[in-house]
Design a protein around this ligand. Structure first.
Ligand code: NAP
Length: 272
């Protein structure tokens, strides 16, 4: 880790595992800040990485042996277990900080505590934004983190600083609290966006501002992979209850409407 005397920020050697949409999105800002990046992924991103100035490793063992300060896990929620369990962790040269950015938090925390070497530090995080919402910068966007097992405070705080220095709203909370809150907020947002996608809603010549917002929500949510969305359900133990609450609420709203319609029709019959 090298320290720049002018800004007192520490430049990190960061390795990204899973160089899909979100891995690439994070990498751009990390490079802009002067960190040195390496990446590995199931697919071959050699050409893209060459253009971005990132060393791409097809071989995970060589990637792990590269003397990285931080390894950021950016794979899909559904594949994390398979990806981490298949890593030849004995290739690590020294204690390393592992960070995950998955949109669920108890699952990576439990897995990483079980599978990683005892001397690896673990920081579980969730940047609550993505390539669409963060396309004009990260100012005021929320970054959640939980210092699950940290001994090297300097490396951990240099990593957290990547988000703080972009102006993110920094929220430290437990993985359990995160999953409870995210099931009520993010999962419901995705579910409504997906439901509107199923209905194939489209702009009309007479859109209200409210409807414009719904069309935008549908487009943003349908832009995420189904792996991501289904991961929010499969690996968040609080999500099923929230889905049931949503179903129940829709049923209740429909019941209220039907009841009112019956009352109105009854009134009309009395008057005629
Ligand atoms: P995603 O569909 O959740 O994940 C795509 C990534 O997972 C790719 O790097 C892909 O590798 C890898 N992957 C999928 N299946 C795999 C398998 N069987 N074996 C190995 N690798 C596999 O889409 P994403 O948007 O890029 O999200 C990545 C992570 O960031 C997720 O955990 C998500 O929850 C989190 N996150 C995303 C956002 C967002 O706005 N997109 C925001 C916050 C957090 P290849 O590309 O090499 O095939």
């Amino acid at each position: 880790m090298s320290t720049s005397s002018s800004s007192q920020t520490q430049s990190l050697k960061i390795g990204i595992v899973g160089f899909g949409t979100f891995g690439q999105f994070l990498a751009k800002t990390m490079i802009k800040q002067g960190h040195t990046l390496a990446a590995t992924s199931r697919s071959d991103y050699s050409d893209l990485c060459l253009q971005m100035g990132i060393h791409f490793f097809r071989d995970v063992s060589t990637f792990l042996a590269t003397d990285l300060d931080v390894i950021v896990l950016c794979t899909s929620i559904l594949s994390l277990s398979e990806v981490v369990r298949s890593m030849p962790l004995a290739s690590l040269k020294r204690p390393t900080l592992f960070v995950d950015v998955l949109s669920v938090k108890e699952h990576p925390k439990d897995l990483l505590l079980r599978v990683l070497p005892e001397d690896s530090d673990i920081l579980c995080t969730h940047p609550m934004f993505g390539p669409v919402t963060g396309k004009n910068g990260w100012r005021d966007l929320t970054f959640m983190y939980d210092k699950v097992r940290i001994r090297d405070e300097a490396t951990c705080s240099s990593f957290i600083q990547i988000f703080a220095s972009e102006g993110c709203k920094m929220v430290e909370m437990s993985c359990e609290e995160h999953d409870k809150a995210a099931a009520k907020s993010q999962f419901i947002t995705h579910t409504i966006g997906r439901t509107l996608g199923e209905m194939d809603i489209k702009s009309t010549p007479i859109d209200t501002k409210g409807f414009e917002a719904l069309v935008k929500l549908k487009e943003t949510m349908m832009g995420n992979s189904f792996d991501l969305y289904s991961g929010l359900f499969v690996h968040n133990r609080f999500a099923r209850q929230e889905l049931e609450n949503l179903e129940h609420a829709l049923y209740k709203v429909k019941e209220m409407l039907v009841q009112r319609m019956n009352e109105e029709q009854g009134q009309e019959r009395l008057e005629s």
